[in-house]
Design a protein around this ligand. Structure first.
Ligand SMILES: [Fe+2]
Ligand SMILES: [Fe+2]
Length: 336
């Protein structure tokens, strides 16, 4: 703080507080604070004021600020008029993104270039026949896990899907993370598998974000997710370290079960046992569905995604089974 300001404050204090001067200082701060419309900007400007040698801002400062605002507005226009994030200090702003129909893109969690139309022509009946001991172990483990799931959820498929998606999004993240660390340790490429597995995890998470629009989790379901995540994340992490071949095979069979569950869900939607409500907005944008899409359309595209995950994971397990490395076999990137 400069000597000028200190002198001013001391004089105000000795005079019993020069209210006019104080109000002026505060008034100027408020005016600037309002204009910049941001706490950090307001504070930055207040500091600038206090570090200047005069209590009254020089006209030249106002001109400078005016031109800075004009420059900022110009920059906004260049970036497509997008909203500037609360603190512009770091120069971060999101350009304005529009949909094909010209309306503003409403999501921050995914962008238009990450959306896709699901390939519904995929064979839903494809199955990997377990041959080796590891395959049979994976197959029967998954079948065994299905028993308590069937008992707990029965035909409450909305709730079942929501809860199972919290688990389904874990393997891709664990596998992707471990391959990422391996790539760093070994100074080698991953063949695209890091990205492919992380894409799968993100896709599964979008299934969850969609389901949660339709079914609101109860407190005990949230508690169950916490417990299951704690157990499953660690179990899958250790399994992937010990045998990625077995880990991918387990996920392949889990995906086969997911296809079965979503097929049952569709049966209940067709019979009217579950109401075929309009599709959530997030699903319409993510899978580029028509505006009048329904829950049936959403479940159909999610089921197609699960079939793709099934293929990717059985394929990865086969690569290991043949004694080859994932990095030597190009990953199915963008495989939906
Ligand atoms: Fe899923
Ligand atoms: Fe899946």
């Amino acid at each position: 703080m400069s000597q000028g300001v200190l002198r001013y404050l001391a004089r105000s204090f000795v005079n019993g507080g020069n209210r006019d001067g104080g109000r002026y200082l505060l008034g100027t701060f408020e005016a600037e604070f309002g204009r910049w419309n941001g706490v950090s900007c307001g504070v930055i400007y207040a500091r600038r004021m206090l570090s200047s040698s005069a209590t009254e801002p020089a006209p030249i400062d106002k001109e400078k600020k005016g031109s800075a605002i004009a420059e900022e507005e110009e920059e906004k226009k260049k970036n497509g008029g997008g909203a500037v994030v609360p603190s512009s200090y770091w120069g971060i702003s999101r350009p304005k993104i529009t949909k094909e129909d010209g309306t503003e893109w409403p999501w921050n969690c995914f962008m238009p270039w990450e959306t896709y139309r699901a390939d519904l022509s995929i064979d839903l009946k494809k199955h990997h026949v377990p041959k080796t001991f590891a395959d049979k172990f994976a197959y029967h483990t998954v079948k065994l896990l299905r028993v308590p799931t069937d008992i707990f959820f029965q035909r409450r498929y909305g709730c079942r899907a929501m809860m199972l998606e919290t688990v389904a999004a874990v393997p891709g993240m664990v596998g992707g993370m471990l391959l990422h660390l391996r790539s760093l340790r070994k100074f080698e490429h991953s063949g695209g598998w890091i990205k492919a597995l992380l894409e799968e995890a993100e896709n599964e998470r979008m299934h969850l974000m969609t389901m949660v629009e339709l079914v609101k989790p109860k407190w005990y379901e949230r508690l169950l997710v916490l417990t299951v995540q704690g157990v499953f994340f660690n179990a899958y992490f250790v399994l992937y370290l010990l045998s990625p071949k077995l880990a991918h095979r387990v996920v392949g069979y889990l995906e086969e079960e997911a296809i079965h569950s979503y097929t049952e869900y569709l049966k209940d939607l067709n019979s009217g046992a579950i109401e075929n409500v309009p599709a959530p907005a997030i699903a319409i944008d993510y899978w580029r569905l028509p505006k009048d899409a329904t829950l049936k359309d959403v479940i159909t595209v999610i089921r197609a995604d699960e079939a793709h995950h099934r293929d990717v994971n059985h394929f990865a397990s086969d690569i290991h089974f043949q004694g080859r490395k994932l990095k030597d076999s190009p990953a199915p990137l963008g495989y939906h």
